[in-house]
Design a protein around this ligand. Structure first.
Ligand SMILES: [Zn+2]
Length: 436
């Protein structure tokens, strides 16, 4: 029921997912979106109201909505199952700063809050093109002291929900419920005093329990989607003030149903192309696939290359603001009902500060591969090149992965070719997809 990870050398996060069994899937009314009255808990893609998406377009996209099977806890498949927090519209994030008698908060709790805000809000606004309006709410401006010392909860890296986290969440509710209406929030952020537990350089405790319908309840709702952030992810490079907040959008990504893209071997499958792969280091965005999954790209911005033959597509940079009618941001080439290739343009803009080689990113998505096992694999246009970045905590080898004008991605086994035929001065790329 809970996912735990073996100890690993490099600092990483753990997502723990509660039951995604048939039982949980039917429990829509107690999902993590109380403001929705239980009717729309899913964070799946939706057609935006300002886009006239025809029925024909939706039908054409159907082969590209790959789906996982029931064995996968947290899948890349569409749509995201119910139980996660919604990812569009106003999302209210109850944010509590907590400390312990054996790890008392140093300095004002407000300073802890300001390590993450307003940067996290801005990050979501930019990444979602304004489709997610993130509202952090802090009913307590001081540290909320837990009744037990930190050590008493027995929390370590990979700790399951039982018994430590259940006990901690019960205590959080007991200490705050008289001033908090939990029903009014879509997700919960627990910003733990950074002196509780080990340094993030040794081990990262930060964790999210999402879709957890079995969590303790308050005001009639379970605390189903809760992110815990611990010690500062400060690599000593002096960039903490600028980039240290990024653990929170990563953890909240789980709350919205996104899996971890790093594996036990680190960030080598996706590199710095998605915050669910690497959240230390320079700012970076989410993959276009994730933006479709979250409802931040709508159907009019997706092209589904499911037919045999050759199709051409003009792709706008993923980071560009909306308002370019008719231009796609994501081409998907389905291989099976559970896998396919995604194609998008990445440039240094928006949240993508670390891009050192703009171009067309091609990656394989597998909805049957679980969180942490490598559900996404980026195709490297220049293998064993060493990459084009030397920024700290940015996976170097994949930093030059995008394909440039004149370059072609080939999958001979499936008979798929994706050729970059043209780049214009505004950063749009034309791609030609051929499949036999
Ligand atoms: Zn994670």
């Amino acid at each position: 029921m809970q996912q735990t990870r073996p100890r690993i050398r490099k600092p990483r996060h753990i997502v723990s997912v509660a039951v995604l069994t048939g039982l949980a899937l039917t429990s829509v009314t107690s999902a993590g979106s109380p403001l929705n009255n239980g009717s729309e808990a899913s964070a799946g893609p939706v057609g935006a109201g300002d886009q006239a998406v025809s029925v024909v377009d939706e039908a054409a996209l159907r082969p590209c909505r790959i789906t996982g099977t029931m064995g996968v806890q947290m899948s890349e498949g569409l749509p995201t199952p119910p139980g996660f927090a919604r990812s569009t519209g106003e999302v209210r994030a109850l944010t509590l700063m907590i400390d312990f008698s054996d790890a008392p908060g140093k300095g004002p709790a407000r300073d802890r809050f300001e390590e993450f805000f307003p940067q996290t809000t801005k990050w979501f606004t930019t990444s979602s093109y304004g489709r997610l309006r993130y509202r952090p709410v802090t009913p307590f401006t001081d540290w909320v002291r837990m009744p037990l010392p930190f050590a008493a909860y027995g929390i370590d890296r990979g700790s399951p929900y039982e018994p430590g986290y259940r006990s901690l969440v019960q205590d959080i509710i007991a200490e705050t419920d008289d001033r908090v209406n939990f029903r009014a929030y879509d997700l919960v952020n627990i910003l733990v005093t950074p002196n509780a537990g080990p340094s993030a350089l040794d081990t990262v405790l930060s964790v999210t329990f999402s879709g957890n319908d079995d969590a303790p309840r308050a005001d009639g709702v379970p605390l189903a989607n809760t992110s815990f952030v611990y010690s500062r992810q400060d690599d000593g490079s002096g960039s903490y003030g600028e980039t240290g907040f990024r653990v929170l959008p990563h953890e909240n990504g789980h709350v919205f149903g996104l899996p971890d893209l790093y594996t036990v071997d680190g960030g080598g499958t996706v590199g710095h192309w998605d915050i669910m792969s690497e959240d230390w280091g320079a700012n970076n965005d989410l993959l276009g696939w994730h933006k479709w999954k979250l409802g931040w790209l709508d159907s009019a911005q997706i092209r589904c290359a499911s037919e045999r033959g050759t199709t051409e597509h003009l792709l706008a940079p993923l980071a560009s603001r909306d308002g370019h009618e008719g231009r796609a941001k994501l081409v998907f080439v389905p291989l099976t009902e559970t896998t396919g290739y995604a194609v998008e343009v990445r440039i240094r803009a928006g949240n993508d500060d670390a891009v050192c080689k703009p171009g067309v990113l091609v990656y394989r998505v597998d909805a049957d591969v679980d969180t942490g096992n490598g559900p996404v694999t980026v195709a490297d246009s220049e293998r064993d090149s060493g990459g084009c970045t030397r920024q700290p905590n940015v996976h170097a080898e994949l930093s030059d992965a995008p394909f440039e004008e004149g370059e072609t991605f080939r999958d001979r086994q499936h008979g798929v070719r994706i050729a970059v035929t043209d780049e214009d001065e505004r950063g749009n790329f034309r791609v030609r997809v051929t499949r036999r």
